[in-house]
Design a protein around this ligand. Structure first.
Ligand code: ZN
Length: 166
C-alpha cells in the first residue's frame, strides 16, 4: 500500500514558494521510495494521506492525526522533514490506538491521554514557558523520544539522509 501524497497548495500560485518546487518533488519521491521501510515503524494505516506544503509562519514543522493524516512543512531540510514525518506518524498511531483522543468543546480542542483529560490542546507558543508546557504533554514526549530513533533506524537501512533544501 502506498501513501496518498498531495500538495494542496498550488505552488505556482505562490510566487515566493516557487523555489520549493524541487524540494517538494524530492520529499514526495523520498517518502514513496522508502514507504515500505517507514510504514512498519509505527501502527498506522498504509494509505495515509500526507500533505506537503510550505508553512510561512514556520511555527510548526507539521501535524498529524488519524482523521486528517499528516501535514509537513517542506521549507526545511530533508532530514528535518523526515524526522518530522516520523514524529507525526507517532501521533497518528496514538490516535489510531485510542491513547490520544481529542474532542471539540466550543472553539477549543480538548485532549485526553489514556483516558485522562489534559485540557485544551497547547501549541508550542513563543515563550519558553509555553514551549515547555507543550513539550511536557505525554503524547509530545513520546513522539519526540521516538522520532530520532525512527530516523536513525531508517538511515541504518538506506544511509544518511542529507539535511539540505534543494
Ligand atoms: Zn507533536
Amino acid at each position: 500500500m502506498k501513501p496518498t501524497i498531495t500538495n494542496p497548495v498550488t505552488l505556482e500560485h505562490h510566487g515566493s514558494y516557487k523555489h520549493l518546487h524541487r524540494q517538494c518533488a524530492r520529499v514526495r519521491e523520498f517518502i514513496e521510495t522508502h514507504w515500505d521501510k517507514i510504514l512498519p515503524m509505527a501502527d498506522i494505516p498504509g494509505d495515509l494521506n500526507i500533505r506537503l506544503r510550505p508553512l510561512p509562519k514556520r511555527r510548526i514543522a507539521g501535524n498529524g492525526s488519524l482523521a486528517t493524516g499528516v501535514m509537513l512543512d517542506i521549507s526545511r531540510g530533508l532530514r528535518d522533514i523526515i524526522s518530522t514525518l516520523m514524529h507525526e506518524l507517532v501521533h497518528v498511531e496514538q490516535f489510531k490506538q485510542g491513547r490520544l483522543k481529542t474532542t471539540c468543546v466550543g472553539r477549543k480542542t480538548v485532549c485526553y491521554w489514556k483516558g485522562d483529560c489534559w485540557g485544551p490542546m497547547r501549541l508550542p507558543g513563543n515563550t519558553k514557558r509555553s514551549a515547555d508546557k507543550y513539550d511536557e504533554q505525554p503524547w509530545e514526549k513520546e513522539a519526540r523520544d521516538r522520532q530520532e530513533k525512527m530516523t536513525i533506524g531508517l538511515e541504518a537501512m538506506i544511509g544518511p539522509i542529507p539535511n539540505d533544501i534543494l
